[in-house]
Design a protein around this ligand. Sequence first.
Ligand SMILES: Nc1ncnc2c1ncn2[C@@H]1O[C@H](COP(=O)(O)OP(=O)(O)O)[C@@H](O)[C@H]1O
Ligand code: SF4
Ligand SMILES: [Mg+2]
Length: 362
Amino acid sequence: MNGPSTPQSGAGPAPVTGRDDGRDAAAGTTVHAPLLEVEGLHVRFPIFGGLIPRRKAEVHAVDGVSFALGQGETVGLVGESGCGKTTVGRAVVNILRAMNYRVDIDGRILYHHAAGVVDLARLGRREMRQYRSDLQMVFQDPYASLNPRMTIARIIEEPMRVHGVRSAAERRDRVRWLLEKVNLRAEHAGRYPHEFSGGQRQRVGIARALATNPKIVIADEPVSALDVSIQAQVVNLLQDLQEEFGLSYVFISHDLSVVRHIADRILVMYLGSIVESGPSEEVYRRPLHPYSRVLLSAVPRPDPSVRLPRHDAVSDDIPSPLNKPSGCAFRTRCPIARPDCATVTPPLEWRDGRFVACPYSE
Ligand SMILES: Nc1ncnc2c1ncn2[C@@H]1O[C@H](COP(=O)(O)OP(=O)(O)O)[C@@H](O)[C@H]1O
Ligand code: SF4
Ligand SMILES: [Mg+2]
């Protein structure tokens, strides 16, 4: 956790053909060996309408996102609702096509596993099967994501059935072991989700995600539905499990204060693109992109030394990804926008220890 970060040097266990070996244009990866590299990810959902349904438009939910995730590392993905965080997570675990077969996906999702590197984005359902157990998701709403008619033992053992743990006794033992790992009582395995509190249900969701012994966990707003008093417990549990099992996390949240504590690096997303990325403390203490500043000004800051310069009030009106502004997508809300922000799309550039997509931020 919180290890030092360096820009991507191209060092890694296996050479990947066709990739730019310089600095990663998005994230600046860590000294950890890369486990996952997302390169130039685009996701578009077509919108159909009319009496004879035809493609009317498309939602460009993810617009060229790149980042790397190191072994044992946590990358925090932050941004307002609708900016594409969940879609990035679903693309990584390769479930977008199963949810919407008309989705267009471009880019590469390189998973470095023991035997080599595979581009998950190119795999169909069947070929994906052998990697699926390595990549799991934890969801925001622990109640909606747990079948109310199943006991928690059944819920946690389900992924083991799917992934071929045939012996019922083995599954039962592992369920009890997992329950203890997430600080629930093994003798409660026969209870139903409604018999647990919100925090306990999220522990069940985490146990289910760990059932297949994954390498990468995409935690999609895992504490957003919980009381603030419970959030820290669940975050601490995730950190303990990470340490014990060497897990790598993509931790998604709209709340920077939550991400700051768990993430080594933060990626700030706006309307489908990363606008700033760098080591958590750097981004948190001295955000450069005007949008990161807006996000951060919403976070209560107990430490006055990191008080942010005041920006003029910024409108809450987020443009639709159906109708993204030209040039810099943030320009309709940016307090320092200039005329050429409407025509030039600012690239992510390396500055002051992080990548930032705004040439005018100081
Ligand atoms: N299956 C889908 N079909 C059509 N549009 C979708 C689908 N999933 C997400 N979107 C759209 O993609 C954009 C990004 O959504 P999402 O990834 O859920 O954002 P976030 O998780 O940051 O709130 C939103 O405009 C959303 O409406
Ligand atoms: S490029 Fe222009 S509109 Fe975009 S964040 Fe920078 S100043 Fe604001
Ligand atoms: Mg989401």
